[in-house]
Design a protein around this ligand. Structure first.
Ligand SMILES: NC(=O)c1ccc[n+]([C@@H]2O[C@H](COP(=O)([O-])OP(=O)(O)OC[C@H]3O[C@@H](n4cnc5c(N)ncnc54)[C@H](OP(=O)(O)O)[C@@H]3O)[C@@H](O)[C@H]2O)c1
Length: 318
């Protein structure tokens, strides 16, 4: 699969981000060369797939789409949609409102039963909402390790593949599930996970893989509070900030931290795709600029030194 190295994550499309703003951001990204779009049925309180479907009109053959099965929109979704519509103009102004929204039980995705009927019905609904006859990648979303090797699930996934509804199969979830997915005799050609800079997840997955697999990494800024922790360190330790500046990461703590984390994400996943949410035009331009630069392998060690730590496997965001 040919793709841009930077992919667009649509988790907030239709919830935090309105349809109108979302469509404008997707179009700006597309015009700038982004060809990978990641979505799932619960994203955007259930609105992301239909909005992405609108965007795809006339462009379908020129972009790659990944959708998933395994999570559904939050309970009381109608109420949440209304709440998002009211809160949207405030989210940018009231600090912490977004985190409050995210941490409310009523905004959490629900687990769907992963059985043959649910999976087949889910891809059919996704294709209808996306207004396309196939997706490039179809992923099990946050599955248990046992789901990844379940005969019933593998059989229905093979049917989806052979019917042409999906070109490739994937697992998007915990490192444990991704590790299971790259095992021998399984049909998954793509794995997707949050690349926590405190772990060596990519190297570990690639070493464990029984065949070549494409790697999609996400949540560069969100994962384990990496951006916030790096900014805090740079603000409290002038020597750390000076070290980054000498390595070419200037412009203040926030900018230096964002540039370094992105460089690390691109350098560590050099042959895959790095997903980012980038509905703000500033973030989109910034991320495109970093994606267009030559790989910066030194960024991997710098991030490890600054926010590295000895942590065990994490439970990753869905
Ligand atoms: N299990 C899975 O397969 C799975 C799990 C989680 C996520 N994902 C996918 O990965 C995508 C990205 O994940 P995410 O949204 O958790 O994390 P993210 O891309 O790290 O985004 C988190 C926040 O960082 C902001 N941001 C983007 N570029 C920035 C920059 N240069 N400087 C500072 N902040 C910046 C974004 O803002 P704006 O959007 O406002 O510009 C967003 O609010 C999701 O949308 C989803 O498609 C997949």
């Amino acid at each position: 699969m040919e793709s841009s190295v930077l992919g667009f994550g649509c988790a907030s499309l239709g919830s935090r981000i309105s349809r109108k703003t979302g469509l404008r951001s997707l179009e700006q990204a597309y015009e700038a060369g982004v060809t990978w779009y990641d979505v799932a049925p619960p994203y955007g309180a259930g609105e992301a797939e239909p909005i992405l479907g609108e965007f795809l009109k006339g462009r379908r053959d020129r972009v790659r789409i990944c959708t998933k099965v395994g999570l559904t929109p939050p309970e009381r979704n109608g109420v949440m949609r209304l709440a998002y519509a009211v809160a949207r103009p405030l989210v940018g102004h009231i600090k912490g409102l977004r985190q409050r929204f995210r941490s409310m039980p009523s905004t959490r995705y629900q687990k769907a039963a992963l059985d043959a009927g649910t999976i087949m019905a889910s891809i059919d609904r996704s294709l209808s909402r996306l207004k396309t006859d196939h997706v490039d990648v179809f992923a099990l979303h946050d599955p248990a390790e046992a789901d990844v090797v379940s005969d019933e699930i593998l059989r229905v996934l093979e049917t989806i593949l052979s019917s042409g509804k999906a070109r490739h199969l994937s697992v998007g979830g915990t490192l444990a599930a991704c590790r299971a997915a790259v095992g021998p005799n399984l049909p998954f050609g793509v794995v997707q996970f949050a690349d926590d800079p405190r772990l060596s997840a990519l190297a570990e997955i690639q070493a464990a893989a029984a065949r070549p697999v494409a790697t999609i990494t996400h949540s560069v800024f969100g994962v384990a509070g990496a951006h916030e922790r790096l900014v805090a360190r740079l603000r409290s330790e002038p020597a750390a900030a000076r070290r980054l500046e000498a390595a070419g990461y200037g412009g203040g703590a926030e900018t230096a931290a964002a540039a370094l984390l992105l460089d690390r994400a691109f350098a560590s996943n050099a042959s895959g795709v790095v997903l980012a949410s980038m509905f703000s035009e500033r973030n989109l331009r910034f991320n495109l600029d970093r994606a267009s630069r030559p790989p910066a392998p030194a960024s991997i060690g710098l991030v490890r030194d600054l926010i590295g730590g000895d942590v065990s496997d994490t439970s990753l965001p869905a």
